[in-house]
Write a protein that binds this ligand. Sequence first.
Ligand code: DON
Length: 565
Amino acid sequence: MLKTTKYLAFAIVVFFACSPPEVEKEPKVGPIVDNAMVVSAMEEASAIGVQIMEKGGNAFDAMMATEMALAVCYPFAGNLGGGGFMVYRMADGTIGSLDYREKAPGAADRDMYLDEEGNIIPGLSTKGALASGIPGTVAGVFEAQARFGKLDPKEIFEPVIALAEKGWAVRKRQADSFERLKQTFIEVNGPNTFYSTAYPEGEILKMPILAETLKRIAENGRDEFYKGQTAEMLVSHMDSIGGIFTMEDLENYEAVWRDPIVFNYNGHKVISMAPPSSGGVTIGQILQMMEPYSVGEMEYHSAEHIQLMVEAERRAYADRNFYLGDPDFVDIPIEQLLDEAYLKDRMSTFTPNKATKSEDIAKGEVMYAESMETTHYSIVDADGNAVAVTTTLNGAYGSKVFIDDLGFFMNNEMDDFSSKAGEPNMFGLIGAEANSIQPGKRMLSSMTPTIVEKDGKLKMVVGTPGGSTIITSVAQAISNVVDFGMGMHEAVESPRFHHQWLPDRVIFEPGAFDSTLIQTMQSNGYIISEEYSRIIGYVDAILVLPNGKLEGGADPRGNDAAIGF
Ligand code: DON
């Protein structure tokens, strides 16, 4: 097993620190392996995924293992109390995707976060009992593994349960966030809650109660979470803190197989997540709006390059926020939104070297087709090799509600709905009617698990967290590889920028972009923000190299790790 260390990066940094400044830097390369790889937010989780593949499991067995391990050692976002999306591509080229996004509880109401005057009550959709949707993660990993996996889930859960029992070493950034949020955890869960202690860096954190929950799930399968003792404990806890979950909500929860969004970009086929994630449609719009402009011939991160991408992002997010929602509840004109002529027309107002104002950009005018029913396909089984999964609690530690008797945090995914048309959510995203709250509806997501294919062969598996910045980070990672020929690590590490229509500003990673570039863009009418943003993502990706080997791109912005054999 090849363990990722940052030694390569470190060696290069040391080398260049001692070198004359004019020496051109060699691009950094991620770990390269022959056969199989997992890249995730934590080394422990990547290692457990790899261990399962070494035992004869496939990518879907590794998915279950990695996702459950993240629920143990990455409580920030790894979860049992959240949801996610998975896009896959089998070795024979068969593709598909699974939606295990949370759903609004049956008792949810479109105005549930508004006061009598119709104003949003701050915090209600982000913190505490009312912020959570019905979790989908356990249903998702069991659905995927049951359909395509090879091993017994009990075998897959073994190392995960051991991780919860034996513990993992708390990382610095985890320790910092435990400290920062300690009072909030106490305020939400009481003084005796598990995270009333801010566990310090290096402490081996054991989670015996979560281990018991995982043992029951391993033993009884997904029904343990949706119908069994765990379900009853969850409903009763949520009830005791003023929540609205019912047993019926949990019993009714199903993960849904969906047709992925597929589009071509500069000779590559891109396969990404369909609504209720906006990811696939929106990266499709961004990349295809850029395509006619020969991006690869531009100087990388020049004003010309960044402005083109920003203008495509501005227009795509305006459409995203108006048209997209849960396809089981709203008609979404997907084909029209990805239509070449439509996208060309959207860019007709683009003037190089002059910012378009977001106030001058609205949604595009799209003609709805007669019948816009969403279709759900059951994908034909085959042994496969590529899985891209994005999973979340939404905010850090979700709603901050920690179910002490079960050992996990609950999501605050309800904030991804549009609580009130035209009002921004926690990522500043403005929503519309398509994403209003309805019982049993899935909230719109930006999660963008994506697979790229070239000449009928797998090329790249990519995704990231980062709220509204997910889509632009994934688009940049793809463009870095496709247009600029970067390797995986280089494409992931490269500085990122973001624009989401509203607010009308370009976010740059602080200190990472040239001041001349920023001045040029400002004089071209762009509002630039270089303030530290926690949400520019941690891209974790794998690239199939021309010789068939796999290069991992574990984002150095986090504790992420690429491991393989
Ligand atoms: O589904 C979404 O778009 C959000 N709930 C994702 C949240 C996220 O990425 C948080 N990470 N920074």
